[in-house]
Design a binder for this molecule. Structure first.
Ligand code: NAP
Length: 273
């Protein structure tokens, strides 16, 4: 079964399932991303802040996969926000990846206290116009941050990558995105492993002969989210990739929907600076 593509407002598409490399040791990144590519992932999510762009680039260079079959995302770090500084940071990320374009470039956090995300976005618009990012988007933007961009800039973000898992479902943010053509991408889609004791989800998994992680990823897929689970282990990479041969019923989706408890694992986007 192949990974579905989701249309972006940039005119390009994004594979709905990708591989995230947050907290992947820079010294291990080439091997781990090479494993992920061998398993079948074609969408890799990195960031300047993860310090492992060179390993991602090395794995891509070592693979025989044509560039146009890959989807690579990286992100503008908070301290690089601004006009020229964002342009310079993008050039550095491209150089570290060893690529001449990325498929998606994101502002990592809005950092409202810096007051620079609108200026940064204008730099991303320039990068988009130059063709060196096939799509541009944001991460950790709350609806009011997105509304500011919609009011003050030209290009609508293609993607908003936000913390989203069964314990923290962010329905308001997803709905706001949907109503403006912004695709929601779920970070920490597995809740960083915190859902292990959910008996209701485990019962669904047992019924399909699947794992709890596979059922959670399937819930995301059926909700239309892009997902980027991370694993250092090849067998889990394969497990997380194998979610396209079963379908949850509306009742099963409802059981997972009911787990929402506002359980944010990461930082509040309004306070990160
Ligand atoms: N934009 C942002 O601010 C932001 C923030 C955080 C994350 N992200 C992105 O989202 C990606 C995913 O998020 P995440 O890494 O925080 O969390 P995650 O994918 O929800 O969970 C990863 C954790 O779950 C474990 N795991 C993976 N597959 C498993 C499976 N099948 N069964 C049991 N455990 C499993 C992994 O351990 P092992 O490695 O030992 O398998 C790891 O500890 C990141 O890599 C990054 O690309 C973005």
């Amino acid at each position: 079964m192949s990974v579905p593509d989701i249309a972006l407002n940039s005119g390009t598409t994004i594979p709905q399932l990708g591989f995230g490399v947050f907290k992947v040791d820079p010294a291990q990144t080439e091997r781990i991303v090479s494993d992920a590519l061998e398993v079948g992932y074609r969408h890799i999510d990195t960031a300047k802040a993860y310090d492992n762009e060179p390993g991602v680039g090395a794995a891509i260079a070592a693979s025989a996969i044509p560039r146009e079959e890959l989807f690579v995302t990286t992100k503008l770090f908070n301290s690089d926000q601004g006009g020229q500084s964002a342009l310079d940071a993008f050039d550095l990320s491209l150089a570290k990846l060893g690529l001449d374009y990325v498929d998606l470039y994101l502002i990592h956090w809005p950092c409202p206290a810096r007051g620079l995300f609108v200026e940064s976005w204008r730099s991303l618009e320039q990068i988009f116009e130059s063709g060196r990012a096939r799509a541009i988007g944001v991460s950790n933007f709350l609806p009011h941050h997105l509304q500011t961009l919609l009011d003050e800039t030209t290009v609508v973000p293609a993607v908003n990558q936000i913390e989203l898992h069964p314990y923290f479902q962010q329905r308001e943010a997803s709905e706001f995105g949907r109503s403006h053509g912004v695709v929601t991408e779920a970070w920490s889609p597995l809740g960083q492993g915190t859902l292990v004791d959910e008996a209701g989800v485990q019962a669904i998994a047992d019924a399909y002969g699947k794992s709890l992680a596979q059922v959670i990823l399937r819930w995301h897929i059926q909700n239309g989210n892009v997902v980027i689970p991370k694993s250092n282990r090849r067998e889990r990479m394969a497990e997380n990739f194998d979610v396209f041969d079963f379908e949850l019923t509306q009742a099963e989706i409802g059981i997972i929907d009911a787990l929402d408890r506002g359980g944010r694992l990461g930082s509040d986007p309004d306070v990160v600076s």
